[in-house]
Design a protein around this ligand. Structure first.
Ligand code: ZN
Length: 174
């Protein structure tokens, strides 16, 4: 198991989805951490990236999904904290008024009009639309939302943790 520490120096580009023994997503980790979980026997490999890592004579498929061998009790479901990154991920980095590149977070009902900082009142917006809108509602500013902002679903934190890039092998679990 000396090879584990050598693997730890590999670049952390690829990511691994960690499932509970019940197949529920638990976390997203750097793939080298996923490798360690498999090598230690803590988890089994469910799916792999199209990549193999070599460390001397030692070789392993890079896991894209691993499943813990023992069930971990999770007292409550993970929720997505409201952050700039999370909103951008939900809105796919697109301005929710014009579809351009998002640069700002916009409060649909502006805070000066009593709008709250919550999932269903924040959207990603480009600077132009954000400036044009100012302290007005979309109706007052003559803007239309492309879609209604929603509260993230049960496993949407996985998308945020993965930076919006979900590996094909993850889709059946999230
Ligand atoms: Zn825009």
């Amino acid at each position: 198991m000396r090879s584990i520490s050598r693997l730890l120096r590999f670049p952390a580009v690829a990511r691994t989805l960690v499932l509970n023994a019940s197949n529920e997503p638990l976390s997203v980790v750097a793939a080298r951490r996923g490798v360690v979980l498999v090598l230690r026997g803590t988890a089994e490999c469910v799916a792999t990236h199209d990549e193999r890592w070599h460390a001397g004579v030692f070789e392993i498929d890079v896991p894209s999904v691993v499943r813990l061998r023992r069930y971990v009790n999770v007292p409550y479901g993970r929720s997505v904290p409201l952050s700039r990154r999370a909103v951008f991920t939900r809105d796919r980095f697109r301005c929710q008024y014009c579809g351009g590149n998002a640069e700002n977070i916009d409060h649909v009902v502006p805070r000066v009009q009593g709008g709250q900082h919550r999932w269903d009142n924040v959207v990603a917006a480009c600077r132009r639309c954000n400036t044009r809108k100012g302290g007005r509602t979309p109706v007052q500013a003559g803007l239309t939302l492309l879609r209604k902002p929603t509260i993230p679903g049960r496993f949407d934190w996985v998308h945020v943790a993965a930076g919006g890039a979900i590996h094909a092998t993850w889709s059946q679990f999230v």
